[in-house]
Design a binder for this molecule. Structure first.
Ligand SMILES: Nc1ncnc2c1ncn2[C@@H]1O[C@H](COP(=O)(O)OP(=O)(O)OP(=O)(O)O)[C@@H](O)[C@H]1O
Length: 255
């Protein structure tokens, strides 16, 4: 298995000497190409901070993050922009679609920024839309879409540039359970059929059970790890719930 992401002794503290928050406190792990990993933990355990350090949105206090062997904590200016544009795909809780663009143009935007030619853009948008079953939605504006449709368009947008790593922060947070299920199936499909490598932050055991591996955080540290192995999703869900109970059962919205 090829290692895609290596997080080495990552530390992120906020504040100063008088008021210090140890948001991420010496975390190390690796993600292989093609893995679908969930990061779980109670509110304030440091999940988003960890994801933001990996995505270069936040600067690390110390430690290293390597993507395909390149230390991305050292990137600056244009190199940093190029890295984010070409290597990462983002899916946020509130979708972050642009209201003034229809679905097609929302998906196409990342390719336009990369300077791709119109014909190639059309082809790529059509291809990913077919794969994620959103062709019917392409002419709609975000306000005309359901929450689930918006989230699947956000998936298509994250995938269309074929990034090395897809980062998702609480992607089902704003969805009802049926839309969440459909969206998570899309993520699973992106992972299994399209070999996308996905790192997803969630405090929801149901969402995490769609991943192949779950890392548990507590007080800024990695506390435990589960792998799905040959378990089916229900069995994996039960295992996740068991670990949450060991953590003190203090995760919210466990279903
Ligand atoms: N910009 C910041 N300045 C100061 N402290 C921060 C900042 N961002 C996060 N923190 C603190 O770092 C800790 C970890 O926060 P983080 O948002 O990473 O947790 P989380 O596990 O994602 O929580 P949630 O599930 O509620 O989103 C918290 O104590 C939080 O208050």
């Amino acid at each position: 298995m090829e290692t895609l992401l290596e997080v080495q002794n990552l530390v992120k503290f906020y504040g100063n000497k008088t008021s210090l928050t140890k948001a991420v406190n010496d975390i190390s792990f690796q993600v292989n190409k093609g893995e679908f990993t969930a990061i779980m933990g109670a509110s304030g355990s440091g999940k988003t901070t960890l994801l933001n350090c990996i995505s270069t949105i936040d600067k690390v206090t110390s430690g290293h993050v390597l993507l395909k062997g390149q230390d991305i904590t050292k990137l600056k200016g244009n190199a940093l922009m190029k890295f984010r544009r070409e290597q990462l795909g983002f899916i946020f809780q509130d979708f972050n679609l642009l209201d003034t663009l229809n679905a097609f143009d929302n998906i196409a935007l990342a390719l336009q920024i990369q300077g791709k030619k119109p014909d190639e853009i059309k082809k790529k948008v059509r291809e990913i839309s077919e794969k994620l079953n959103v062709e019917e939605t392409l002419k709609k504006y975000p306000y005309e879409m359901s929450g689930g449709q918006r989230q699947r368009i956000a998936c298509a947008r994250a995938m269309v540039t074929e990034p090395s790593l897809i980062l998702a922060d609480e992607p089902t947070g704003a969805l009802d359970s049926q839309s969440a299920g459909m969206f998570l199936s899309s993520l699973q499909y992106m992972n299994e059929a399209l070999q996308a490598t996905i790192l997803m932050v969630t405090h929801d055991a149901f969402s995490a059970s769609y991943a192949k591996r779950v890392l548990f955080m507590k007080d800024g540290k990695l506390f435990h790890e589960l792998r799905k192995g040959n378990n089916d999703r229900k069995e994996f869900f039960n295992e996740i719930i068991h670990v949450i109970s060991l953590l003190g059962g203090d995760l919210n919205h466990v279903v």
